[in-house]
Design a protein around this ligand. Sequence first.
Ligand SMILES: Cc1cc2nc3c(=O)[nH]c(=O)nc-3n(C[C@H](O)[C@H](O)[C@H](O)COP(=O)(O)O)c2cc1C
Length: 176
Amino acid sequence: MKNILIISGHTDMDDSVANKTIMSILEEKLPECRTVYLDRLYTHKPIDVATEQQNLIWADTIVLQFPVFWFSMPSLMHRWMEEVFLHGFSHGSAGDKLKGKTMVLSYTTGAPADCMNWDDFFHFLRGACQFTGMSYGGTVHTGSVSYNLRQDPQQLAEITQRAAAHAEKLIALLQA
Ligand SMILES: Cc1cc2nc3c(=O)[nH]c(=O)nc-3n(C[C@H](O)[C@H](O)[C@H](O)COP(=O)(O)O)c2cc1C
């Protein structure tokens, strides 16, 4: 079985519906995977670079799980990447620790999935894969899960359902 590392980039999981649902289903159905909640560990705190690098070395597949904030990943996840993917670790003449691994993108948006080509915004992550010798393993995206919609109980139930379907799709991709 592949070692799967799931990095949760949500900045406040206590205030999440979609990402919280996705993460809890992943933890239940893939108990052997390793999860890192960046908000719990690193909000206003320094990143433990050595531990994060060890997690990456352990992993065969790295899943970036995040809500889209301003057409990108949350700043906390960017900070994690900037501080952990270091010259000599992930790139540079001696930096080959990510080589041969696979990166999977898993994200949610408030806007509907079909209102634009969301993958265009994440070309930089595919560039990062190429630069570090990782393969891009595909994307799972679910739209229409805005925090604005949560006040209505029916919308809330639909968001939870969509997030559960997202988790199942991601699991199928990871097990393929
Ligand atoms: C600061 C901020 C920026 C956001 N930017 C976008 C955006 O650019 N596009 C979009 O569709 N949704 C955007 N959203 C909505 C979130 O993507 C959406 O609420 C989230 O995916 C829901 O997941 P959650 O229930 O786990 O919080 C933004 C939300 C916040 C709080």
